[in-house]
Design a protein around this ligand. Structure first.
Ligand code: HEM
Length: 135
């Protein structure tokens, strides 16, 4: 059984990321970090999650290697944002009924990954990474 199956499949990923988006929409500090139209980014996050949890490589076939830290450079991510991202993702999974065992596995990986995304105050390029598949 893949983690994706234990999670509840792509339908559950859809519901959790939509719910996460509602938390972001309701938090002005977080909402300010995201672009005006959140829909394209939300679709990419869904595809990435499905791939990360053992679904097919649809994300990478479309966008190449995730290069997650680099893809977040255009968005200034500080300690508050790291904490809230984790909190809202946890709440979204709990709201939608992802089991606590599956949540434990996911957050063991997501907690360090979210901290790794911190980039506030760093001298890094802030231009977006091109979406083209990297050959
Ligand atoms: C730590 C706090 C984080 C913040 C504030 C944050 C914020 C953002 C923002 C603003 C975007 C751009 C959305 C758009 O273009 O519409 C984004 C994209 C994305 N985020 Fe995060 N993120 C965080 C952590 C993470 C983590 C830990 C993961 C993975 C587990 C992740 C996965 C993604 C993915 C896959 C994308 C789409 C990247 C692309 O293909 O362009 N993010 N995030």
């Amino acid at each position: 059984m893949t983690l994706l199956e234990a999670f509840g499949g792509p339908e559950m990923v859809d519901r959790v990321i939509d719910r996460f988006g509602e938390y972001v929409e309701g938090d002005p500090a977080m909402r300010a970090i995201y672009p005006e139209d959140m829909a394209p980014g939300q679709r990419k996050v869904k595809l990435f999650f499905e791939q990360w949890m053992g679904g097919g490589p649809v994300y990478s076939n479309l966008y190449g290697h995730p290069r997650l830290r680099r893809r977040h450079f255009p968005f200034v991510i500080d300690d508050l944002a790291v904490g809230r991202w984790l909190r809202y993702m946890r709440q979204a999974m709990a709201d939608e009924g992802v089991s606590s065992e599956v949540q434990a596995v996911i957050f063991e990986a997501f907690a360090p990954l979210a901290r790794h995304m911190h980039n506030a105050g760093e001298d890094i390029p802030r231009d977006p990474l091109c979406d083209a598949v990297l050959q």
